[in-house]
Every structure is written in C-alpha cells, then in structure tokens.
Design a protein around this ligand. Sequence first.
Ligand SMILES: [Mg+2]
Length: 233
Amino acid sequence: MTTAPSRPAARTPSRPKVVFFDIDGTLIDTGGSGARAFSMAGKTAFGIADGTADLVFAGATDFALVDQFLECHGFERSPENRSHFLDTYVFWLDHFLQQQDNTPFDGACDILHVLHATEGVSTMGLITGNTRLGAEIKLRHYGLWDYFSVGGFGCDHHDRNSIARIACDRLGRGTRAELFLIGDTLRDLEAAQAIGARFIGYASGKISTDEFRHHGADIAIESFDDFPLEWFV
Ligand SMILES: [Mg+2]
C-alpha cells in the first residue's frame, strides 16, 4: 500500500498590514516649537501672554489643548475661536521650526523607508493629536510627510481614541487589515486598544519600557534598532 503524498498545507493569505504612527515623541522632537507656537498663538490671537503655561502637551490633542486655553481664559469654545487660535498657531509653528535644525529620531527615517518598501505593509498612516495642517508642517520640515497616505488628526476630534477610529474609517469600508500603532505615551496605547491594533511603545522619555509592558504594550523599545520588523514581512 502506497502512501498518498501529503498535500501542502493550505496557505492562509495574510491580511494587509496597516502601520499607524504618532508624531511627537515618536518620530520627532520639535525642540519645543509646538509649545512655543501655542503660547504665541494665545498671545497674538487672544492677547493672553503665557496663557498656555499650565497645559500638559504630552499625549494631548490640539483640539483639547485649545479648548483648555479658551475655557481657562473665559473665551467661548466655539468653532470660530478654535479656528482663529489654530490658524495663528500653524503660522507660529512654521516660524519656530524654521529656526531649528533638529533631525528625526535616530533610525526613524530608516524604519519608515523599510516599512514603505515592505510588500506586506499596505498602508502607513498617522494617529496624532496634531491638526492635519500642523502634522503636515512638522513632518514636511523633517522630510517625513510623504510616507503617509491616511490619518486621524487633532482637528477630527478632541479624544485620541476617536481620532484612531476615524483613521480606521478612512482606510475604507471592508478593509480587514491587521493594525499596528507606534507611540510614545499611554494615550497612544489606549488608542491602539480602542481599534484592536498591536502596540509598539517607543520609550523616548515620557514612558519607560516597563510601564508600557505593564499597561499591555505588545512590545516596548528604547531604540528603532529594536523595532520588530519581523512582524511586517
Ligand atoms: Mg507622542
């Protein structure tokens, strides 16, 4: 009796992979340009000097920061006031970025380049508290903007988890992608959990690798040298 040759195991086609990045503290450090631009927007658009000194920027969305400023100083939290603040902010952001020559974090450019060229990665996107224009101004300054084709931004919602869901909606209906998110704060981790994404915690200074692991990060790294590229091939 002969034994029938065994069939090769059926291969399950892998799902397309979508990789989302946070911006500040993950890809770049603007050297305080963002915070200075917020401060100057408060002064020049609303006449309040040092009006943003008490705001906590890490992990916060631009909408939430503007609302805090407006409420704190007795202005109505209206769409007009938000727009007035943010239109002024991006002017100052561009101004302060032009005055410094920081580079992206070591290895960030290489990782974006490799992921972009990786066949299994269908889309690279942003989940950020920056407004879309603020994100574009920052990332163009560092030469990173063109890697990204989709995103959820701080002008979409004041809550980062909702921003993450909006970014997913923009992938298109019916997309059953495997999602990944890279960020430097626990708010990024919560956003990853909100959309069912695997989370890579980048410990650039705010949160330690131990804290990321304690809160459920799939992996925590201190350097892009340790980025788990094997997940994406
Ligand atoms: Mg960040």
